[in-house]
Write a protein that binds this ligand. Sequence first.
Ligand SMILES: [Zn+2]
Ligand SMILES: [Zn+2]
Length: 233
Amino acid sequence: MAVMNALCCECGNLRTCKRPRNRTYGSRPDGTERATGDLKCSACNRITRHALLSEAAVEYRDMFEIDDAWARGMPPGPDTYLGTNPKALADLRDTYRRAQPQNPFLSHIWFKSEADEARERGEATVRAYCGVWVPLPKDGGRDLTEQDYEPIARSEEYEGPDGEFWVDMDCVDCVRVANDRRRRRRAKQVADWLPWVTARVLNESLPTEDVDELHRALEVIVDRFRQRRTQQQ
Ligand SMILES: [Zn+2]
Ligand SMILES: [Zn+2]
């Protein structure tokens, strides 16, 4: 087993270790533990919990951040547990939102199709991109979808029932999901276009102005790539 670094959770003292006792990886956000184990700390002079800084555990490094993103509406990959278990994902999102106070003046967005289905089932709410349940618009109210999302910073404040102040603004979690969806859509388009364009470049059937346009765009990308590589060296 490889030697790894470990930080005492009591005093922050650094030591190395091989095989800590009672080792755990993660646990849910309510559990608060990450990769930890019991080790003797020379500064505390007793056995304490240590955070294990293991390269072997590198796949767990951002686990809580990833969990958090999923709970707030980002789509889990199709090969992950939550990606194949809609019920578990829904539970995670409900649990997460129940544990948080929510700004009642956030503007959320949702799928028109899901809103229509919910109406057909006679339901009063629909799940927004971010995982929050929002009331279905009725009496002439219309659904808010991605097309309605305009990134503007609004700043109107409202006083809540307990004297707290809320700002009327777009839900940043919904915005993140919308941006992620747009990024994926665009990436797919680019992947579809590239072979088409390459074939026409090769058989010289593209007008010169189109070749120039492509050259400008690709040159920027190649330059940026070279710069990043130089910086890394
Ligand atoms: Zn210590
Ligand atoms: Zn939202």
